[in-house]
Design a protein around this ligand. Sequence first.
Ligand SMILES: [Ca+2]
Ligand SMILES: [Ca+2]
Length: 353
Amino acid sequence: MTLCLLCVLFPSNEVYARFKKVFEEQDGFVMIDATKFSKQTMTKKRKWKLVDNKTAIQILPDTRKTHSDKLINGENFSDKPGEAAVVHYRVKINNPGKYYVWVSALSTGSEDNGVHVGIDGEWPETGKRMQWCDGKKQWTWASKQRTAQNHCGICGGIYLNINEGGEHELMFSMREDGFKMNRIVLSKEYDIMSNKLVEGNISMNLQEYEFFSKWDINVEGDYSVPYYQGNINALAINTVRQPTDKWCAAKQIFSGEEGVYDMSFISLLENDGECYYKVIVDGIEVINFRNPRIFGADIKEYTPYTITVEGVSLKNNSEIMVLFKPDSNKLVPEKDAFAFARARWRDLIIKKK
Ligand SMILES: [Ca+2]
Ligand SMILES: [Ca+2]
């Protein structure tokens, strides 16, 4: 009796809706929190589960961890999109067209780095075999399609043609079990999430970085001067008093020993604009990126965003300069104009290679 009742409540392969949230695209961009899916289907053998304190979802169980583990088609691997572990999202598109799909994933090995994407019940060729190679064991944004010639995937190969405005259903299905993701972006512009050096990661925990290095904010040259915003532990530009089209600068002299270092720059995401950042070491630009858009996405303002670059050579006394510039996306009205994002950033973390 009880068993039959369960059958009715949870018909096979259909999992109850989780979130009613509809993610809305603006200006050709929408960011989706992967944990806020509307439902799951095809869950008999594998299922997306909330992991990492409910900040990400992962296809579990993961029985194929290494190449030597047995591959069971349709169970721990599937080259057929829609066959296993399908997660669905509600997305409202205002500007129909071709959208590149970016996903922030965390892969630890060679058998958890692929997924398929589709839309409205269809699995187009350009949504098959999304692939990650770089950035093992860390959150990594990518938008690449694995091909027979290039196992690491080709840029620009993953996209969806969304020909009509209105609500759509975005879907991801298993290629490899163990696949883990936390953020999804649909963007008309391919390069919006990429950086010539590395891709950024959204960190959910504002408390993660407690320290704040000493930055000299009186830099010679034609720069605006920033201020320190204590409540969020950030440097920022006062866009009411300072020009909004001018770079602001802060610098520090590196006092550690000469060597090769990894650098992680932490900006804060803002609703009202996508600000610009550069890190320059002894006159050479090592980081150059723009914050992704969070307007309309379910991401808190001032969420830290990290860009990491590996293998930077530093000498004792190297001059490290951070340049940052405000931006307005003209989406947040303020008085009779629009609000500006203040190019907020928290720190630069330097770690020995
Ligand atoms: Ca793989
Ligand atoms: Ca696996």
